[in-house]
Design a binder for this molecule. Sequence first.
Ligand code: NAG
Ligand code: NAG
Ligand code: NAG
Ligand code: NAG
Ligand code: NAG
Length: 263
Amino acid sequence: MDLFMCICVGIIPVISEAFTVHGPSALMFAHLGSSVVLPCYVDELLLMKDLRVEWRRTDSETLVHLYQDGESRPESQEQDYHDRANFFTDQIQHGNFSLRLDNLRAEDEGRYTCRVYSQQDSGETVVQIKHECLIVSGSDRAVSAHDGEDVTLNCSIDSHIKPEHIEEILWRKTDGDILVLFFQNNKTLPDSSDEQYRSRVELFPAEIPKGNFSLRLKSVRSEDKGVYMCQVFAGGLSANATLVLEKLETMTKYTKLIQFSYS
Ligand SMILES: *[C@@H]1O[C@H](CO)[C@@H](O)[C@H](O)[C@H]1NC(C)=O
Ligand SMILES: *[C@@H]1O[C@H](CO)[C@@H](O)[C@H](O)[C@H]1NC(C)=O
Ligand SMILES: *[C@@H]1O[C@H](CO)[C@@H](O)[C@H](O)[C@H]1NC(C)=O
Ligand SMILES: *[C@@H]1O[C@H](CO)[C@@H](O)[C@H](O)[C@H]1NC(C)=O
Ligand SMILES: *[C@@H]1O[C@H](CO)[C@@H](O)[C@H](O)[C@H]1NC(C)=O
């Protein structure tokens, strides 16, 4: 089982007053320790004079970043954000008040409001940072099958990332790096499967919305034996799980039985 810590900046509807302040239009993901840009911008040209932009945490009203009288005001910023929260100074004149937050921490989880005050008007947008994990689980124990049998290889996702945000699922046989099944944009692409698996593999469509991307492998053959990897891609993140398929030969079973009876 592999664990990926990530931060998800979720979409919160724009609360607009007189002029529209835009926030994120899509989900974004970022790893802990990395940087994220919290979007906030206006379409119209604002007069720079008397322009004031405030980024605050909504929960605590902590001041994350302030722009006033033509410059950033680090002295009024909460200590914790001092070196981590920055405007793109050259973008401000274009109405882009996006904030870059560096070295993301789990404690950054919360809602952030970007408030823009100008001589003409004021407006705000809210973005949310959520602490998420993308966890892909396979199976800890090896899966056994006899020749000709059908077998299910488990792969499931446990996260707040909704299955519709899953971009790709790659099922690969790691020894030989063979592409077993490719799922992209909500569809399985059967032609991309390696010839030896084509028409023998499928996902369970009814299970996909539950985050179950288990693989059905039909008519198991000896050469199917090996290590399989289920790789999941979502919002620039990837996580994987591996599992072992072992084929039980009739002879092996007898051998085992004999060993047991004499030990
Ligand atoms: C705002 O500026 C940042 C940094 O240059 C950029 O990544 C982002 O796309 C800009 N947003 C808009 C709406 O122009
Ligand atoms: C596959 O998942 C199901 C449901 O969680 C579980 O009952 C089963 O034991 C799993 N199989 C393996 C081989 O881990
Ligand atoms: C996924 O769905 C299949 C088919 O219903 C089921 O056999 C399997 O146990 C499920 N796996 C998990 C991990 O839930
Ligand atoms: C994905 O496919 C399922 C089943 O066909 C459908 O219900 C769902 O709306 C689709 N999701 C997206 C994001 O296209
Ligand atoms: C699978 O996950 C492990 C652990 O997170 C990572 O080190 C490895 O690079 C991943 N493999 C692939 C092929 O993505």
